[in-house]
Design a binder for this molecule. Structure first.
Ligand SMILES: [Mg+2]
Length: 272
């Protein structure tokens, strides 16, 4: 499955981060070497995260702290993708937001107007919000019942914290869905919209671009639905058995980025 042919035809990479680049605060084997050689070779790459609370610049700073070359434009967040999708569909639209600074700033930067008035909202945008109140959920539900669109940055039900798994954006999306009987349109992984947005940024055709991820449903099946090639690594959540059981399986499975680095760059590879 891991022969170099095909793999070496790839001309762009989209990295999941947690379980691929790092785990907690520890950078994973081969991550810095592979990313930095992609940069030297002029192969475009992006980092993709469903996180809608942390601005791209902060994510890039964290990567740089791990020895990985990254700048804010190399990082695509679900907040940025959501804002771009809405800016294209409803320029200047009024958004009622359940979410933190990351999504609020992204929407304003994209030209949307924020409103707290459920009667004025064209769209309700729900993301992770650690200060979420009943009043905010109430306004969101009323706006949707009045006909506002309902968009979610990402569907992640939970995420790991020190004490265990804690509610994620998906838990808040679920609350609004239950209150309104309306299903949210989701922009983040595993839905194709965030991958399509990343692809436009990358400027490489889908068939020549691979998403590199550790989660079978999110990264691999999400990437497949967006028409991308897929590379699974075994440094995170998914096991070799998990990936082999997928129909279809990922295009390639590697132990870690060191193995991918070897297969992609070693003999037979020519600089672009
Ligand atoms: Mg991951």
């Amino acid at each position: 499955m891991n022969e170099g042919r095909g793999l070496r035809d790839l001309r762009g990479f989209i990295f999941d981060m947690d379980g691929v680049i790092y785990r907690g605060n520890r950078v994973l084997p081969g991550a810095a070497e592979f990313v930095n050689q992609l940069r030297r070779a002029g192969v475009p790459y992006l980092f993709l995260t469903n996180n809608s609370t942390t601005p791209a610049g902060k994510v890039a700073e964290r990567l740089v702290g791990m020895g990985i070359e990254a700048t804010a434009p190399d990082v695509i967040t679900s907040a940025e993708a959501t804002a771009a999708v809405l800016a294209a569909e409803m320029p200047g639209g009024r958004a009622l937001v359940v979410g933190e600074a990351g999504i609020r700033e992204a929407l304003v930067d994209a030209g949307l107007t924020l409103t707290d008035d459920h009667r004025a909202a064209d769209v309700v945008v729900v993301g992770m919000d650690r200060q979420c109140t009943y009043a905010r959920l109430r306004a969101a539900a009323l706006a949707i019942r009045r006909g506002a669109q309902f968009v979610a940055t990402n569907p992640d039900r939970s995420f790991p914290a020190e004490d265990g798994l804690v509610p994620g954006a998906g838990a808040l999306v679920g609350a609004v869905e239950i209150a309104t009987d309306v299903r949210a349109r989701v922009v983040g992984k595993p839905e194709p919209e965030i991958f399509r947005y990343a692809l436009r940024h990358l400027g490489v055709a889908a068939a020549q671009t691979a998403v590199i991820g550790d989660r079978p449903e999110t990264d691999v099946q999400g990437g497949q639905r967006a028409g991308l090639r897929t590379i699974a690594v075994l440094t995170g959540v998914g096991t070799a058995e998990d990936f082999a059981a997928l129909q279809p399986p990922p295009d390639w499975i590697f132990e870690n980025l060191t193995e991918l680095h070897r297969a992609y760059f070693d003999e037979g590879w020519h600089a672009l």
